[in-house]
Design a protein around this ligand. Structure first.
Ligand SMILES: [Ca+2]
Ligand SMILES: [Ca+2]
Length: 182
């Protein structure tokens, strides 16, 4: 049974980063909109290799997400989304391929300078590009990084697991998606 706390965290990622057109469900159209938002943020144009990589990664994520569509209606509902992450929480090391890909994708997206770590500005500017409050993301980064200037990939990978699996309200991983309180 999923706790209220974890459910709120899952719904935050659903609403802010997956249901980008705010229709109440996740479908292919959300991924098309994400692609445009990310390409705009990075200045990538259709036909460029970076744009193609983005396109391929998003289509792999969308394909992987089909496993979450329990009633096979072509959309992932909030309940279906919560169910897959509740399942993930039972054993994060047995994550589905798309869940691991998603972790890597978020890290690479946020590591705008591509130096293998994320700083506060990189972190918060990605959240701002998704229409999220930048100041809150800056606060969240402080808590996430525990006062350090940067978060590396091995740290990020752990924080990602923590975000989706922990019920500890004081865990730093809770701040991975830019929100300071649930
Ligand atoms: Ca949607
Ligand atoms: Ca569905």
């Amino acid at each position: 049974m999923v706790s209220d706390f974890r459910k709120k965290k899952y719904v935050h990622v659903f609403t802010t980063f997956f249901d980008t057109n705010k229709s109440g469900t996740i479908d292919k159209k959300d991924f098309d909109l994400s692609k445009e938002q990310i390409a705009k943020l990075r200045g990538w144009k259709a036909g460029e290799p970076t744009y193609k990589i983005l396109e391929d990664t998003l289509s792999q994520l969308w394909e992987g997400l089909q496993g979450a569509d329990a009633n096979k209606d072509g959309e992932v509902s909030v309940d279906e989304w919560v169910a897959v992450w509740d399942n993930y929480a039972k054993n994060p090391s047995a994550a589905a391929e798309w869940q691991s890909l998603y972790a890597r994708f978020v890290f690479q997206l946020e590591d705008g300078s591509n130096d293998g770590s994320i700083d506060s500005e990189e972190f918060s500017s990605v959240y701002a590009a998704f229409g999220y409050d930048k100041a809150e993301a800056v606060e969240a980064f402080k808590k996430l990084a525990g006062g350090k200037a940067k978060v590396t990939w091995p740290e990020f990978e752990q924080l990602f697991k923590e975000y989706f699996s922990t019920d500890d309200v004081n865990a730093p991983g809770n701040f991975l998606f830019g929100k300071t309180s649930f």
